[in-house]
Design a protein around this ligand. Structure first.
Ligand code: DX5
Ligand code: ZN
Length: 218
């Protein structure tokens, strides 16, 4: 079994004290950053200036999830702000192939996120270009929603597509991940768990991260 990466989602943190919040999750090697525009998704969060400010306060790698339309004009600013992964949505990237190539040319690892209503086959022609596939297990826009069981079969399908590609692609899940859903998505093939409320909603952040890692992390 591949080792599992837990990536806390900053969306659930206390925005008035982000420096301390980030320090509290130092156990996690990745930080998931949700950029929302109030247009592609019905919520507004933060953008590249905030990511750049955080970059100076942590050694964590930045997994940036762009929920914005259009997305292409902001790829360069996101890379310059310090992103390691840049993930765009298959639903709003009309030239997805080009967007993924642009992300790699900017020195970041390209990812594609897929909403609950979009079938796995939407990614079939970009398997050679993606390094991360992010399966939304809630409808994007808000933290604290319930995990959608219906997405488990899509996780399995994508895990199989990844095996067939022969490439080393991270299969991430985002939304409603907690200690009860984590083992189910890992069983289905997920290798990266994004979690907001299940980590920042808990007093003891180390314990919350460990509860998601389960027995899967060496
Ligand atoms: C939702 C975001 C998620 C969100 C997950 O659109 O992409 O990253 O923070 O929050 P939880 O873990 O609380 O469901
Ligand atoms: Zn996200």
């Amino acid at each position: 079994r591949p080792s599992i990466i837990v990536a806390p989602s900053l969306l659930a943190a206390d925005f008035s004290r982000l420096g301390e919040e980030i320090a509290s999750i130092a156990r996690a090697p990745w930080l998931h950053l949700d950029v929302m525009d109030g247009h592609f998704v019905p919520n507004i969060s933060f953008g590249p200036p905030l990511i750049a400010a955080l970059r100076r306060h942590t050694d964590a790698k930045f997994d940036v999830h762009l929920m914005i339309d259009p997305v292409d004009p902001y790829l360069e600013a996101t890379a310059k702000a310090g992103a390691d992964h840049i993930t765009v949505h298959v639903e709003n990237a009309p030239h997805l192939h080009r967007s993924l190539q642009t992300i790699r040319a900017l020195g970041c690892r390209p990812g594609v996120a897929i909403c609950p209503a979009t079938p796995a086959v939407a990614l079939s022609e970009v398997m050679d270009l993606v390094d991360i596939i992010l399966v939304m297990t809630v409808n994007p826009g808000f933290g604290g929603q319930s995990f959608l069981d219906s997405q488990l079969s899509k996780i399995r399908t994508l895990a199989e597509m990844i095996r067939e590609s022969g490439r080393d692609i991270i299969l991430a899940v985002d939304g409603g991940i907690d200690p009860s859903t984590a083992p189910r998505v890992v069983e289905a093939g997920a290798t990266m768990l994004v979690a907001g409320s299940a980590i920042f909603g808990k007093e003891d952040r180390d314990a919350a991260i460990r509860a998601l890692e389960g027995p899967f992390v060496e």
